[in-house]
Design a protein around this ligand. Structure first.
Ligand code: TYM
Length: 345
């Protein structure tokens, strides 16, 4: 078989998504949403609310509907423009599920067995985890490759999943001797890629942490943000003068990182300005910056959530546009795999 070039590989197409599992937080915003908004300047962008990923763990159906709208509202409030970019929820475009099945047949058990996120989420009860949770990374690869996306902006925790996406694309192209899928590039920003819990600097800020005080939710009031930062865990030492001085001080590292990400400054620059300051004072400065930055987002999310029909319309329009992009790719995949008659191009 000769290597047949793919029909078309877009050069600059971004895809990313977040699970609508409730409690969108500052980590999602700084690690992902804010970058998604910025990338709209230079890329054709597709942003998805990945509801099929969310149901790999139990979701109450009524909550899921609301959380899906809330995730879409968070994207828009963070600067994603649903006219310029495509914004939709995953389950509305069946191509994701179809390609995920094909990728279940491409990915190897050994590859999935290495996924640290599955190990973390399944914990000690692997046997009781859903099969969906195990093949979760295959669906993620399908999300991206259904659109032949080239760049994927994510936080640090998704790096391993994107390596798997690259492996799947490579194996598919090799197996069928045809360059169907691009090898995606992760886009992980330096500041904000790994925001940690406010209660424990060694754990990442997470939607599923039982302690609400561990995270700043994008729906938190200004008062609540003030309280959470005031109570954030710290150590008794003042801030160091340089980044090396943050070694072994995970909570201090995290607060300096959050401040830097919110003000678009490197950690070095933050410490140049605030080195030697005690936490009581630094936290006041951080509170001011966080409230000023997040209040407009919270306000816009609340406004959008007041009109669920408008959000549903945006998601439905986005799904139609996404499905139109996915259709020729799926046609090519079905022909390549031999699920429908193959033509020569
Ligand atoms: P999810 O829903 O856990 O998170 C959404 C995005 O937020 C980032 N993020 C963080 N960044 C910095 N610090 C944190 N504490 C933090 N917590 C979360 C995540 O890295 C992510 O970028 N599997 C994905 C969703 C997904 C996806 C995709 C992403 C499904 N299909 C295709 C990209 C492309 C997830 O669970 O993200």
């Amino acid at each position: 078989m000769t290597n047949i070039k793919s029909r078309s590989l877009p050069k600059n197409r971004v895809f990313s998504g977040a699970q609508p599992s409730g409690n969108m937080h500052l980590g999602n915003y700084l690690g992902a949403f804010r970058n998604w908004a910025r990338l709209q300047q230079d890329f054709e962008c597709i942003y998805c609310v990945v509801d099929l990923h969310a149901i790999t763990v139990w979701q109450d159906p009524a909550d899921l509907v609301r959380q899906t709208r809330e995730a879409a509202a968070a994207y828009i409030a963070s600067g994603v423009d649903p006219k310029r970019s495509i914004l939709f929820n995953q389950s509305r475009v069946a191509a994701h599920s179809e390609l995920a099945w094909i990728f279940n047949c491409v990915a190897r058990m050994g590859w999935l067995n290495r996924m640290t996120q599955f190990k973390d989420k399944a914990g000690k009860h692997r046997e009781r985890a859903s099969v969906g949770l195990y093949v979760y990374p295959d669906l993620m690869a399908a999300d991206i490759l259904t659109y032949k996306a080239t760049h994927v902006p994510v936080g640090e925790d998704q790096k391993q999943h994107l390596e798997l996406t690259r492996d799947i694309a490579q194996k598919f192209n090799n197996d069928y001797d045809r360059e169907v899928f691009p090898i995606v590039e992760p886009l992980i920003s330096k500041e904000g890629a790994r925001i940690m819990s406010l209660r424990d600097g060694s754990k990442k800020m997470s939607k599923s942490d039982p302690s609400d005080a561990s995270r700043i939710n994008l729906t938190d009031t200004a008062d609540s943000i003030v309280q959470k930062i005031r109570k954030a865990k710290t150590d008794p030492e003042p801030l160091p003068e340089d980044v090396a001085g943050l070694d072994g001080r995970p909570e201090a590292h995290n607060l300096v990182g959050i401040y830097g990400a919110l003000t678009d400054k490197s950690m070095e620059a933050v410490l140049k300005e605030h080195g030697g300051t005690g936490f009581a004072e630094f936290k006041k400065t951080l509170v001011d910056v966080a409230v000023a930055h997040l209040s407009p987002i919270t306000g816009e999310m609340a406004r959008l959530m007041d009109d669920p029909a408008e959000i549903d319309q945006i998601l439905s329009d986005g799904a139609e546009r996404a499905a139109a992009l996915a259709a020729p790719v799926m046609e090519e995949v079905r022909e390549t795999v031999g699920l429908i008659g193959r033509h020569t191009y």
